[in-house]
Ligand binder design. Structure first.
Ligand SMILES: [Zn+2]
Ligand SMILES: [Zn+2]
Length: 237
């Protein structure tokens, strides 16, 4: 505005402005345009324009190695991967999923902590920095109702199993495709941030719209409640 007044005082005519005045005028205009660009990466800009500094600082990446048995791929459709990425993006976390390329022979694994731990170690590639492990397998021996299991929350070298055939056979599952994807996100919530079972600890969840409920109703886009999102944001690994 000041520059405009200045220019108008000169009759809006470049010709009658002296060379020095003209250069000064151009310099002021240049500063006016450069200042926001120079400030855009600084804290002053963040405060003035209310950028969420905390969220930027908390942005993290989950590095997940993924292996599965021959017929038990949990990412059989793109929307499963999209939903996984969306659910964690809302919790300030990027998903870096590395398909380890390991298609494991069908095998119903024993379901004790030591057995699933050993199974994960057997198939994990320790030479990478993928410190989370996701496995799609058929079922857990003698546990026909267990849909998934996880260990983690403190990383590195943690794991989640999704029991794909068990989900397909489950009498209460009417949309098995959605359910496989929801169980995957639920288990990674356990593995990543020690999220609790919402059915048993509803007081630790801010909404019933949370994938940590085993009774979570069929949902186009499974998500974590705001409390779970906050917990995932603050994990230290
Ligand atoms: Zn669970
Ligand atoms: Zn929750």
């Amino acid at each position: 505005m000041i520059l405009l007044v200045e220019f108008c005082e000169k009759g809006g005519n470049w010709a009658i402005m002296k060379k020095r005045e003209c250069m000064l005028y151009c310099f002021k205009i240049a500063i006016l345009f450069l200042l926001p660009i120079l400030c855009s990466g600084c804290w002053l800009w963040d405060i003035l324009f209310n950028v969420d500094v905390d969220d930027e600082q908390l942005e993290k990446t989950m590095h997940i190695e993924y292996d599965h048995q021959v017929s038990y791929d949990v990412f059989f459709r793109q929307e499963g991967l999209d939903d996984l990425e969306d659910a964690f993006a809302n919790a300030g976390t990027d998903v870096d999923l590395w398909d380890g390329g390991e298609v494991i022979a069908d095998e119903i694994i024993d379901y004790t902590f030591a057995d699933v731990e050993a199974y994960s170690r057997k198939h994990r590639d320790d030479t990478t920095n993928y410190n989370m492990h996701l496995l799609g397998v058929q079922a857990a021996k003698n546990h026909p109702t267990i849909l998934g299991v996880s260990e983690g929350g403190g990383g590195p070298f943690s794991w989640s199993f999704v029991f794909v055939q068990t989900i397909k056979d489950h009498p209460n599952v009417n949309d098995e495709d959605n359910m496989i994807e929801r169980v995957t996100i639920h288990e990674l919530g356990h593995q990543r941030a020690n999220l609790t079972e919402a059915d048993e600890h509803p007081e630790l969840h801010s909404s019933s719209d949370c994938v940590m409920y085993r009774t979570y109703s069929p949902h186009a886009h499974p998500q974590f409640c705001s409390k779970c999102q906050q917990t995932i944001k603050t994990v230290s690994w």
